[in-house]
Design a protein around this ligand. Structure first.
Ligand code: SF4
Ligand code: SF4
Ligand SMILES: [Zn+2]
Length: 486
């Protein structure tokens, strides 16, 4: 026996990407000093360590407890050919349908944010035509039947000259819930525009950029001091009672100390139904960026929510079973001017495992089913409230008020998209937030920005493995139908 011992616990192998050449490489998932790391090795670019989470128990829960049978789209748009993530999509190997689909209506924007993944700005060319946008909606409807949530995005969708015609086109299709992803400039500056948004009511929501109360943070993220704009936009949205979710882009050391303040502020806004937190990484622009230490992970944002908000507890913020590695959710009920988190409604004697002092509702089959249904990406405020009501009704000793509706529900969502550092083939197959490509493919948000955004596909052809089917043709082996090879 030797005395040589690794400094970590080895948990699993993973298929990852080299962040430099985007080739698929093998990796290990390891636990060390309370954190979860992915250790990769590229034949050309060497070793790389990436921080995945700073909470091992939570990470294991995502991998081992929050599992549900994958829900499939009606159709796939691409065959399995090169292997994941080079076949998007959705190819038959994908494990989750489009809970939420984004349709980008333009690359143009009235801001030029330094962190913009779409590289949008005032000088980007034109707008997608209404006809092309309708074609994208139809591609989604073919795949989903009745899409749960569609988010119009950009660029800045509200500056599209056919903006209201686009809303009406979405309304004319069997789309259950429509969101507009906006920086709020037009809503703030044009009261009449906000009034018209208010006429859309049911199944409609504004996804409003809202990152910080601090000037410096806004300057760094958005290149502009948007404090007055944000306040004015919210004033108009409250005036016309337009359902709104605040969307907060979080950067480590910049505004991650404002999480609690933003949650409390959001709870006071009558039109606001929730907050979405999206960590971004400084990679690319920061010279000395070290993915082993400088990443802001989902588990850190989760901790910020329960440490800073004064409303939510750790057990309120749980993995979303659609894509547990990348999404976490919490609910609070706004009743009588008070915000009560979900666990605050439940009699601790009933649901707490005394030994470990944790909520164990995921272990009761009926509760588990209802819980997984409520904690899903495909909800609107209305359907989220309905699912939550069902969940609460099957909890002993919870009195659900008769008037309980979506105005009483407040939802926190953490969305951590994968990048070239954190990409894990196992995980990306569960991605349920997809972008509709103008050619009708449905592509996970995470892989779209790395590989499939217009003009990008040519650039990475070298990273893609040779077409294995082409090889078979050459030596005359039988060609199996896509999907039959496993
Ligand atoms: S991410 Fe999904 S759609 Fe894309 S290649 Fe992998 S399995 Fe297919
Ligand atoms: S507002 Fe959004 S689309 Fe416009 S530049 Fe900023 S991040 Fe990009
Ligand atoms: Zn490499």
């Amino acid at each position: 026996m030797t005395t040589k011992i690794r400094p970590y616990l080895f948990y699993d192998v993973a298929l990852a990407l080299c962040s430099r050449c985007l080739r698929k490489v093998e990796a290990k998932v390891v636990f060390q000093d309370g954190c979860v790391y992915m250790d990769k090795r590229c034949p050309e670019h060497g070793k790389e360590r990436v921080l995945l989470a700073d909470d091992i128990e939570y990470y294991k829960k995502c991998r081992e407890v929050f599992l549900k049978p994958p829900e499939q789209p009606l159709h796939n748009q691409t065959p399995v050919r090169y292997g994941c993530p080079y076949d998007c999509g959705l190819c038959p190997d994908h494990e989750q349908h489009s809970c939420l689909a984004l349709i980008e209506v333009t690359d143009q924007c009235n801001l030029r944010c330094p962190i913009c993944y779409a590289d949008s700005g005032p000088d980007r060319p034109g707008f997608r035509s209404l006809e092309q946008i309708e074609g994208m909606m139809d591609a989604l409807v073919r795949s989903e039947g009745e899409p749960d949530v569609v988010q119009l995005s950009g660029g800045e969708p509200t500056i599209h000259p056919d903006f209201f015609a686009i809303l009406d086109a979405a309304r004319a299709r069997p789309i259950k819930h429509l969101m507009v992803n906006t920086n709020g400039l037009r809503i703030a500056e044009d009261r009449e525009f906000a009034r018209r948004l208010g006429t859309y009511r049911q199944g409609f929501e504004i996804y409003l950029q809202f990152d910080s109360f601090k000037r410096e943070a806004l300057m760094e993220l958005r290149g502009a001091d948007l404090r007055r704009i944000r306040a004015k936009a919210l004033e108009h949205l409250n005036e016309f009672d337009v359902s709104t979710t605040l969307v907060v882009t979080l950067k480590k050391g910049l505004n991650d100390d404002e999480v609690g303040e933003i949650v409390r502020f959001a709870l006071e806004q009558p039109c606001v139904r929730g907050v979405t937190f999206q960590p971004v990484q400084a990679a690319g622009r920061l010279e000395a960026f070290d993915p082993a230490t400088d990443r802001l992970t989902l588990t850190e944002v989760r901790r910020a929510i329960y440490e800073q908000s004064g409303v939510f507890r750790a057990e309120d913020v749980i993995p979303v079973p659609c894509h547990p590695d990348c999404l976490a959710m919490a609910y609070a009920l706004k009743i009588g001017g008070q915000a009560i988190p979900l666990t605050g409604m439940i009699d601790p004697q009933v649901l707490i495992d005394g030994a470990r002092n944790t909520i164990v509702f995921e272990q009761e089959p009926e509760l588990r089913g209802k819980l997984f249904q409520a904690f899903s990406t495909n909800h609107s405020p209305e359907s989220g409230a309905a699912s939550l009501r069902e969940l609460l009704c099957c909890l002993p000793s919870v009195q659900v008020p008769d008037s309980f509706g979506y105005a009483n529900v407040f939802r926190i969502l953490i969305v951590q998209f994968m990048d070239a550092y954190s990409m894990d083939v196992r995980s990306v197959k569960k991605s349920c937030i997809h972008i509709v490509h103008p050619d009708g493919r449905l592509i996970p948000f995470d892989t779209y920005n790395l590989f499939y955004r217009e003009g990008r596909e040519q650039a990475w052809e070298d990273a893609r493995p040779a077409d294995p089917w082409a090889g078979r043709k050459k030596v005359g082996l039988p060609i199996l139908a896509a999907g039959a090879a496993q």
